[in-house]
Design a protein around this ligand. Structure first.
Ligand code: BMP
Length: 267
């Protein structure tokens, strides 16, 4: 698969989307393909995790609708930390409605996601109108969109033809807006276009949780399956210990993910 044998920096130069370009460049600079998923419900707890893991990450992933004490000061501080520590913000919103509605959900409401989130994602389920609707808001801001082509949870329906049609939807939209996928592997390997593949369900210890989550190691994800970014939540912020322990755990994932990337370049 061509993208998997090319360095992130080389892929950055050829990328038409400014956010994807920035991501690939900073991955190269920070030697990190680690995205930490911050799934806690208090703003101060979330910011504390971000401050701890910031040196090790290329991206921080949020679920803004789980915050119990949300104010715009939270996303302002997140944006400030992103600039200070050189990472991107990915709001894992999983839009799934008609184009007109998702454009409003993306731009408006309490959270105003488009204002602070560099990258967001959508289910292809409603058809290409969802991509166009989100693009009306995100494209003028140089944002980037991912489509969920596959999922990590047991029994999910994003398989086979659904996955293939998700990839086709991204190709039809163009890489200047749809920069890649949430997927478990190289879903774009039947073409020579260079999409980003971001992969959740990554853990070094746990094999899953009680609600269907399934984990693979950074090496399985990056080396065996050719994915570009590993997304880790509880495996990092959920460990016992102080600030140094959380950073050490993030550093462990960063190192494993980076080694797997370097190894696949010289396959
Ligand atoms: P954890 O590493 O703690 O299992 O968290 C995984 C994160 O990735 C969660 O925020 C979840 O919403 C997200 N995610 C996932 O686990 N599987 C998918 O297929 C898509 C996701 O966005």
């Amino acid at each position: 698969h061509p993208p998997t044998t090319k360095p992130y920096a080389v892929r950055a130069d050829a990328h038409p989307n400014p956010t994807a370009k920035r991501l690939l460049k900073l991955m190269d600079r920070k030697k990190s393909n680690l995205c930490v998923s911050i799934d806690v419900t208090k703003c101060e707890d979330a910011l504390e995790i971000v401050r701890r893991v910031a040196p090790a990450v290329c991206m921080v992933k949020t679920h803004i609708d789980i915050m119990e004490d949300f104010t715009p000061a939270f996303t302002a501080e997140l944006a400030r930390l992103a600039d200070e520590h050189d990472f991107l913000i990915f709001e894992d919103r999983k839009f799934a409605d008609i184009g007109n509605t998702v454009a409003l959900q993306y731009s408006s409401g309490v959270h105003r996601i488009a204002e602070w989130s560099h990258i967001t994602n959508a289910h292809p389920l409603p058809g290409p109108g969802i991509v166009t609707g989100l693009g009306k808001v995100g494209k003028p801001l140089d944002r980037a969109l991912l489509l969920l082509a596959e999922m990590s949870s047991a029994g999910n329906l994003a398989v086979g033809d659904y996955t293939r049609q998700a990839v086709q939807m991204a190709r039809d939209a163009g890489r200047d807006w749809v920069v890649g996928f949430i997927a478990m592997g190289r879903v774009d390997s039947d073409g020579d276009d260079d999409f980003l593949v971001l992969t959740p369900g990554v853990g070094l210890v746990a094999k899953g949780d009680a609600l269907g989550q399934q984990y693979r190691t950074p090496r399985q994800v990056v080396y065996d399956s050719g994915c570009d970014v590993i997304i880790v939540g509880r495996g990092i912020y959920g460990i016992e210990g102080d600030a140094a322990a959380v950073l050490a755990e993030a550093e462990k994932y960063r190192a494993e993910g980076w080694k797997a990337y370097e190894d696949r370049l010289i396959q």
